[in-house]
Design a protein around this ligand. Sequence first.
Ligand code: G6Q
Length: 553
Amino acid sequence: MQTFVRFEQLPSYSKLTSQAELLRQQQMKKLFADDNSRFTSFSVKAPNLFLDFSKNLFNADVLGDLLALARDADVETWRSRMFAAEHINASEDRAVMHVALRDRSANPIMIDGKDARPAINAELERMRLLEQKLRSGEWKGYTGKTISDVVSIGIGGSNLGPLMVCEALKAYSDKRFTMHFVSNIDGVQIAEVLGKLNPETTLFVIASKTFTTQETMTNAATAERWFMEAAKDKAAIAKHFVAVSTNRKLVTAFGIAEENIFDMWDWVGGRFSLWSAIGLPIVIDLGFDQFVELLEGAYEMDQHFQSAPLAQNAPMLMALMGIWNRNFLGYPAQALLPYDQCLHRFPAYMQQAEMESNGKSVNWAGEQVNFGTVPLVWGEVGINGQHAFYQMLHQGTDIIPADFIGSIEPTENVPGHHDALMANYFAQTQALMQGIDADQVRQELTAKGVSPARIEEIVEHKVHRGNRPTNSILLQKVSARSLGSLIALYEHKIFVQGIIWRVHSYDQWGVELGKVLAAGIQPELDLARGINPAHDSSTIGLINYYKQLKKKP
Ligand code: G6Q
């Protein structure tokens, strides 16, 4: 491990700590009142989207110090290393090259001494051909019928991306196929999906990078059993099962035909894999051309990230604002609030990308860090949230910075709806920033004729202190291209924050531990078997309780 300067020892860190003391005393609405160029100074146009970060509690000096922090942390060098396929995923000794999957140039992409472009293009071409055969009806099921339903079986990184994108781009689908996504090992989910389907017209896509994930393997085995009950003949599997994996050996052992295996590579992390053949459900649902648009949108953002000066670089600015809010102002969470129904799965998708990547507490040297890394990332469609948890955003004791994501044009233009939606988008960030003070509340209530005594009883309850930071992201319209750019914006934000915090963003040992323990516990749930006495008393007690009340099979 090469030497590095720890986050809290970077020269700009102490400056930012002092700046935070000063800024905490400031009111954002005063910063706006004092500087009418604040919006122009603190907003940027990036490929296929616009970012306004002016409603954060900072000023030009703070931004200068944050940009210095990025330079002190050598973010630009690390960015070059990532794009040059160096093994920046040091704890797993791998390159981090999801960007290669959407590199639309014709240049070679050298990864581990080999040009990856031919293999990437070959898989893309195979995806295109499969989609074409399915859509044209050339691909037939074992009784000669065409495919009507596609079931994607996968979990985590092998599920959330395709699901989120298919939901977001529904308006662009010809609905030729009904798409189903199964991730949960809870049999309720697969039973409900299979209950609606006809095996003669169903195609299963088994998506698993490792092809060992228990949830996916269990669901795949159930799907195969269900299919074989009808088809009887093993040869029919080739017409109804395809797989995406790095593990050809296990896929073949499962019984899936060689020609139905789509490759991915260990330099693509699960949560960054929708650009690979893991995106096959996207290709099938929306068509290959839409998938290419998605890749192109992401590629445009990659180029912006690599070439825009730091002060105009949208992913860089998002990352720095996040670090300012988290580490210097001390805010514990980050909300993602899409004002676009299409993006309803976006918070869940990004929650994984952010929290699995930067939810780490040791630095590159394996030392415990003494600062906060990724905040709690959560969210929901904004307009629904307004009638639910926004109360806490406006008046709760914690300040939760929020990203508001909206579109200028809707994907479904229903008269009277979109401006009403967007009025809320604009109003909420304004309200969170400005708040409403006691004098304003008094004036309002006086104008309504409320008695002075009653006003004094309720005034404090109606005060909103404001100063709650937001970023506003505007797309022209949710499209494959703009969605590609939006996802890549957040992916690079994650990268920059990981570099500044000096944490390994591309491993996920925290996900592995539970998998290992569950595998050990499962046999103990068999009524004929004992419980490992080495467990703690709570785990033993819970398993005992479960087994006592479990009905004998
Ligand atoms: C993603 C994670 C995790 C992973 C799933 C599925 O970065 O590593 O969410 O994608 O555990 O793994 P498989 O694709 O190997 O089944």
